[in-house]
Design a protein around this ligand. Structure first.
Ligand code: CTP
Length: 405
């Protein structure tokens, strides 16, 4: 099941990072959510209320006692309407007002009145962030189970460098997924591998493949949003780490095997989405191989040796652990997958047809077959990798119910 659309009230306070709010609105809407905005008068100097009104298709509330708005959607009804309230950007001032329950404007009143979870994305100068007053306010808010995303470290609009940058819209949206997710995988610890491996030839060259890592990263994000703990072992990929995920970067299949075996003890569910190279050069030259050192007629011959099959190895002693493998097939997809699941010994195999241009390697969509050891085959039609991840996790949950820890 993908996430149900929810009602999100986005409250905006007066900081330069408010320029990112329209993009945040768009990203929340793309997830299917209904978004409304309430802003402070200071925020209105950084982002045009009209822009937010056009994007959300709803009045942007600003005044606590506006006769044209109160009665129709008073601040209590607005607070009650929301399934989640976001404060982005959250200034030092609003953190202070929240921690002391001050409700002299609409945003303050809504934050005090709402029963919905609150997600705060602070943005301010590094010295304001580090000030004992701000830190004391944060402590109070943490104790009241207010949720935070960011701030990040970097160059600040005020010219200083340090902690205080508002989290990027995609990080805020990832946190929204966690807060509004089903929590159906609380208590499970996932070990997920993703991306291709890179097998070194010499100091600069390697053998790798076209895997982007998108499917494995989408699975990691989806598992976190259902409340699971996730360790993501990432091979070659340019993707950013999904919020809430522990990431370990590796290059070769041998390194991936070492990390997987080291992390296996704490994992209750393993998903091997990585495109592991089947072979590696037998010898890794420490220095760069120079052309002058080669006979041009003979060329360069690389001897490749087989890599260990990590999936087969962990499936052989899985006990109550659930193990999910992937299969990259270019022909006879279902028959090959049925043979492969027998050989690998995992609980579920997700088979991709990599000959399709719209599925498999390096694209945002996928279409897969879910294959079980007893020969059951379910086709999942072309969907985004995020939706495919949700369907794989639905199946994993079903298997977990049949095979409890
Ligand atoms: N896999 C693995 N270790 C390897 C090779 C593959 O753990 N050395 C895992 C992959 O992560 C994937 C599954 O095995 O989950 C199937 O990978 P795939 O490349 O489809 O199959 P191979 O076993 O490599 O067989 P072939 O290339 O002959 O189809």
């Amino acid at each position: 099941m993908t996430m149900e659309p929810r009602r999100i009230l986005l409250t905006v306070t007066g900081g330069i990072a408010a320029y990112k709010v329209p993009e945040l609105v768009r990203q929340l809407q793309r997830e299917g959510h209904e978004v409304r905005c309430a802003i402070t008068s200071a925020a209105a100097r950084f982002v045009a209320p009209l822009s937010l009104q056009v994007l959300t298709g709803a009045t942007v509330r600003q005044d606590l006692f506006d006769p044209s708005e109160e009665g129709e959607i008073d601040h209590i009804r607005l607070a009650d309407w929301a399934d989640l309230v976001i404060v982005a950007p959250a200034t030092a001032n609003v953190l202070g007002r929240m921690s002391h329950g001050l409700a002299e404007d609409l945003v303050g009143a809504v934050l005090l009145a709402t029963q919905a979870p609150i997600l705060v994305a602070p943005a301010m100068n590094v010295n304001m962030w580090n000030h004992p007053a701000t830190q004391a306010n944060l402590e109070l808010l943490h104790a009241r189970e207010v949720n935070f995303v960011g701030p990040g470290v970097g160059e600040l609009a005020c010219g200083w460098e340090g902690e205080g940058r508002m989290a990027e819209p995609e990080q805020i949206v990832a946190q929204v997924r966690v807060l509004l997710g089903s929590k159906s995988l609380v208590g499970e610890t996932f070990l997920i591998t993703a991306g291709g491996t890179s097998e070194p030839i010499d100091a600069v060259r390697s053998i790798t493949n076209r895997s982007s890592g998108k499917m494995g990263f989408a699975l990691a994000e989806a598992a976190v949003s259902r409340g699971a703990k996730v360790c993501l072992v990432a091979g070659v990929t340019a993707l950013p780490t999904p919020a809430g995920v522990e990431r370990v970067d590796v290059e070769s299949a041998l390194e991936m095997r070492d990390v997987v075996l080291a992390k296996l003890g704490s994992a209750s569910i393993v998903i091997k989405a990585a495109a592991v190279a089947d072979f590696r050069p037998e010898v890794r030259e420490e220095k760069k191989i120079k052309k002058e050192s080669l006979d041009p007629q003979a060329g360069l011959t690389l001897r490749l040796v087989e890599n260990p099959d990590i999936l087969a190895e962990i499936s052989a002693s899985k006990g109550s652990r659930l193990v999910v493998g992937f299969a990259a097939e270019s022909e006879d997809v279902v028959q090959s997958a049925l043979r492969k699941i027998k050989k690998k010994g995992c609980d579920l195999l997700v088979a991709n047809d990599i000959s399709r241009a719209d599925a498999g390697f390096n694209v945002d969509t996928n279409s897969v077959y879910l294959v079980t050891p007893d020969g059951e085959v379910e086709e999942i039609p072309l969907l985004s990798k995020r939706e495919i991840a949700a369907q794989i996790l639905d199946r994993v949950e079903k298997l977990r119910n049949e095979k409890p820890c």
